[in-house]
Design a protein around this ligand. Structure first.
Ligand code: ADP
Length: 508
């Protein structure tokens, strides 16, 4: 085939010969094709290649790449041109500032071409314009980043509010109105924290930033924790909950907290989307190598056309519904992603509106080995002993309110508001435990931790990193900096109590 004789296609013969047919195909192809010689001169381009510049194929033939495309656009391809002329096949994506078209994202393959003797005579180029795809990808990434930042920023102010309200409640305001007001704040802040946490989780999962902390867990324990957590909502609506578990213990390789989150989300939905005094069932049964966890309700049901979309982000079956419980339509997205990260699947069934819903989570069972006991949560809840604690956070409200809470729990507490102050305070106060924020002015948390460790060389002191992000990277860095533990802000007083109890147990 001689390719430098670029004739517009489809005009040569009534019955096209094979070359004309091939040319037709090349011209119709949705990709851009070009063939260049070793002098970087065009020998062939298809209609598509020329057409997008508003030119004809013959306008290219004999010109160099730089002449035809403009020097700037040529520079974007130059490294790959050099590679292919060195005999290498190259696949690449590149952003090209075309003179005539503006910036475009191109996905390209360059294939060296040799003559019969094996000498390199040029290359064949196949190009696709993927600008729309790239723009979509970018806007999707930006959305994920935006959600992550939004959730992160919303999370921080919640911490001091939560602490402050717990202080109010612990001190027991004498007036019933105040009691009532603090309960309202408490409930609403809890609700907001749940939403923001879900948002943060979903965006982290989309960006591949969540790692499961898998361990061997016993299913019944996880289900019980979820039931306990959902009980307030279930009782508020006057629902009856029936739980049926398998007679034998079932072990899973799972992240306890995340699995609990999955079941809790489904139970809370069952409670939310069921009219007053309904029935909710939670069952688990073994099916070979799988365990099936079902959450069933007698609630409003799901219309058939919604069933397939119910797990998509921001999907809500009925937006007009009076939604005093609030929600963003991301709970089920989170459920699905977490279940899939555990190697399982979640499905939804409903016979239709008014007929109740059933969600089934199918998870792989861990291979059988006996004699592994689940950790007892009773032990974990052992009372915290009195300690000397240094709280460091540049958000003064966060630091002060956490300090007051820890004092209420019987500890001796000091506060510091930047990294340098933290180092000084730890030398003067000699704490048993330091709760150290990472993003600190003057000296960041990692460096402060290193200095505190140096002061304390050989002496027992527990360093806990506090950060808003909860990312694996932070975890790794905080370990390297000498932290013993890691907590995500806002610090839940319950998890702090648990940590204190664990430290106490470890001492014994
Ligand atoms: P949210 O509850 O915040 O709206 P979810 O992702 O948890 O978000 O749920 C998405 C939608 O699925 C809900 O808005 C609701 O329309 C529907 N849905 C979820 N669970 C149930 C259920 N048990 N019964 C009926 N509808 C449900």
């Amino acid at each position: 085939m001689t390719t430098d004789r670029t004739v517009p296609s489809g005009v040569e013969a009534d019955v096209p010969d094979s070359e004309t047919q091939l040319r037709l195909v090349l011209d119709l192809a949705a990709v851009y094709l070009a063939r260049c010689d070793s002098q970087q001169r065009y020998r062939f381009v298809n209609q598509g290649y020329a057409g997008r510049f508003g030119l004809r194929p013959e306008d290219f033939i004999g010109k160099t790449l730089a002449e035809a495309l403009g020097q700037q656009a040529y520079e974007s391809f130059r490294p790959q041109v050099e590679a292919v002329l060195a005999g290498q096949r190259v696949d690449f994506e590149v952003e090209v500032p075309y003179e005539r078209l503006g910036r475009r994202f191109m996905r390209c393959t360059y294939q060296p071409e040799r003559d019969a003797s094996g000498a390199l005579v040029g290359w064949m180029a196949v190009l696709l314009d993927v600008s729309e795809l790239a723009a979509l990808k970018e806007s999707n990434q930006r959305k994920d980043e935006f959600l992550a930042i939004l959730a992160h920023e919303l999370r921080n102010p919640l911490a001091p509010v939560k602490n402050a309200v717990q202080i109010l409640r612990a001190k027991g305001p004498p007036l019933p109105e105040l009691q009532w007001a603090s309960e309202v704040i408490d409930r609403q802040v809890q609700q907001m924290t749940r939403l923001v946490d879900d948002l943060l989780d979903v965006s982290r999962i989309s960006r591949g930033k969540i790692e499961l902390r898998k361990e061997r867990v016993e299913l019944a324990g996880v289900l019980n924790t979820a039931v306990e957590a959902s009980r307030p909502l279930i009782e508020k609506w006057g629902h009856q909950l029936a739980v049926a578990l398998p007679p034998e213990p079932v072990y899973l390789e799972a992240d306890r907290t995340r699995l609990c989150q999955v079941v809790l989300n489904l139970l809370n939905n069952a409670a939310k989307y069921t009219e007053q005094a309904g029935r909710i069932g939670l069952t688990a049964e073994r099916e070979g190598e799988w365990v099936l966890i079902r959450v069933k309700d007698t609630g409003i049901g799901i219309p058939p056309e919604m069933l397939s979309r119910i797990f998509e982000m921001f999907t809500q079956a009925d937006r007009s519904l009076e939604r005093s419980q609030g929600g963003l339509g991301i709970g089920l997205t989170l459920v699905q992603r977490l279940v899939e990260m555990h190697g399982g699947r979640v499905t939804a069934h409903s016979a239709g509106p008014g007929q109740g819903s059933e969600f089934t989570v199918r998870l792989p069972v861990a291979p059988d080995t006996t004699g592994v006991a689940a950790t007892s949560s009773e032990e974990e809840k052992a009372a915290a002993a009195r300690r000397r604690i240094l709280v460091v956070d540049d958000n003064r409200d966060a630091a002060d309110s956490l300090a007051v809470l820890l004092r209420l729990l019987g500890n001796e507490v000091h506060t510091a508001y930047d990294g340098l102050e933290a180092v000084g305070a730890s030398a003067a106060f000699v704490p048993d435990l330091v709760l150290l924020d990472i993003g600190l002015p003057k000296l960041n948390g990692y460096d402060a931790a290193r200095r505190i460790r140096e002061q304390y060389a050989g002496r027992g002191m527990v360093l806990v990193a506090l950060t808003g992000w909860g990312q694996e990277e932070d975890r790794r860095r905080s370990k390297e900096a000498g932290f013993d533990h890691y907590m995500t802000k806002p610090v839940e007083i319950a998890s702090l109590q648990q940590l204190l109890a664990e430290l106490e147990a470890a001492k014994r």
